[in-house]
Design a protein around this ligand. Structure first.
Ligand SMILES: NC(=O)c1ccc[n+]([C@@H]2O[C@H](COP(=O)([O-])OP(=O)(O)OC[C@H]3O[C@@H](n4cnc5c(N)ncnc54)[C@H](OP(=O)(O)O)[C@@H]3O)[C@@H](O)[C@H]2O)c1
Length: 347
């Protein structure tokens, strides 16, 4: 089988031929159908000092189960969990130290992946593998940012979404499905037209309106939004503090504008803000997320699919900022048609 490797010091990932891993007790073997790229994978390729398989996110079909596997069976269509050991409740240092495709833990960009059954979860029936591949990181992060902390948003609330990348577009879809109003920012008027067509309530071009927080204030009649999905990081956080209402929520997620800046923290105190550090989420959250996707029949936005052999090109594409939503690499085996294994089960 083939798998890709990040090799420290190399600017590209390398495909290598290796024997298929054996399945141990309590483990399942998954044949990859699709894997999805996250901004984190770009950072990992640049900064990893370990040789690891890249990509936290992937979906595939269970092709073998080890002794004692109780919940999954051959033919199940599953995604790999971002944090294989975070089942529920609060996270810990130990849980966070094991995240697919980063640190010392192999990711999903391999034709075959083996791991404990609890580190995989069935995905909703209405999704293709390419759509499902986007759920573990971008999707779950958006779900967590909106609904899984102590101040979840509710119908009628107004939230601010920054840009049109994987996390923000998921947040838009979830918000629209739950009757939550949105202000979406983007550097592109064309992308803003697309989010309007998807149900965004208001849009702002953050390039032509660099003081976008003032526009948010105007649109909300000086009240501010109920929640910000903050993916910009150091360069946007102060603006987000201005754009959110008193006692409002900032779900702090990303670092698109970098890590370092002088940030005045006083508005957190002065406006009694609730700032939550969101780091993907647990298996329990992923289950809630899948249930919501099924209930509302939400289909992730897959902007472009790259062949397995061209996995290196996906990084440049995402870095170019041309994408809208998520970008995906197809597993070499391709997706098993749902009919084929359903037929097998019936027979
Ligand atoms: N904490 C977590 O658990 C977690 C999980 C997933 C991602 N993240 C982080 O969240 C961030 C977003 O991830 P992603 O996967 O959604 O990235 P992505 O798909 O690469 O999104 C990039 C998009 O963000 C927008 N953007 C860039 N700079 C911006 C700015 N200054 N203001 C507003 N929007 C801006 C752009 O949208 P336009 O093209 O529309 O301008 C760009 O296309 C990254 O920093 C990533 O590392 C964190």
């Amino acid at each position: 089988m083939k798998k890709y490797l990040i090799q420290p010091g190399q600017e590209t990932i390398t495909a290598v031929e290796v024997p298929e891993p054996e399945v141990g007790p309590g483990e399942v073997k998954v044949r990859l159908a699709a894997a999805s790229l996250n901004y984190r994978d770009i950072l990992n390729r640049k900064f990893s000092d370990k040789e690891i398989v890249p990509f936290s996110d992937g979906a595939g079909e269970v092709v073998e189960v080890g002794a004692g596997v109780a919940d999954l069976k051959v033919g199940d269509r599953v995604v790999g969990l971002f944090f294989p050991n975070w089942m529920e409740g609060e996270t810990t240092k130990e849980i966070h130290s094991v995240a697919r495709g980063g640190g010392e833990t192999d990711g999903m960009l391999a034709e075959v992946v083996v791991g404990p059954e609890k580190s995989f979860l069935k995905y909703p029936d209405h999704l293709s593998a390419e759509e499902a591949a986007t759920l573990p990181c971008a999707g779950l992060t958006a779900w967590h940012a909106l609904f899984e902390h102590k101040s979840p948003v509710k119908k009628g609330d107004l939230i601010l979404l920054q840009g049109t990348g994987g996390v923000s577009i998921f947040a838009l879809q979830l918000a629209v499905a739950h009757g939550i109003k949105t202000i979406v920012t983007s550097s592109s008027d064309e992308k803003l037209e697309r989010v309007k067509a998807m149900g965004a309530t208001h849009t702002i071009n953050y390039k032509t309106t660099p003081d976008w927080e003032k526009e948010v204030y105007r649109l909300t009649e000086k009240r501010g939004v109920d929640l910000v999905v903050e993916v910009g990081g150091a360069g946007t956080l102060e603006k987000s503090m201005k754009a959110v209402r008193y006692s409002g929520v900032i779900s702090l997620i990303g670092v698109l504008t970098g890590l370092k800046a002088t940030v005045n923290p006083f508005p957190i105190v002065g406006k009694s803000l609730q700032v939550y550090g969101i780091y993907v989420g647990s298996r329990a959250m992923q289950e809630n997320f899948h249930a919501a996707l099924a209930e509302h029949q939400i289909r992730p936005i897959v902007d472009r699919v790259f062949p397995f052999a061209e996995a290196n090109d996906i990084y440049d594409y995402q870095l170019s900022g041309a994408h809208f939503g998520n970008v995906v690499v197809k597993g070499e085996c391709g997706e098993a048609p749902m009919k084929s294994f359903r037929g097998l089960l019936v027979e």
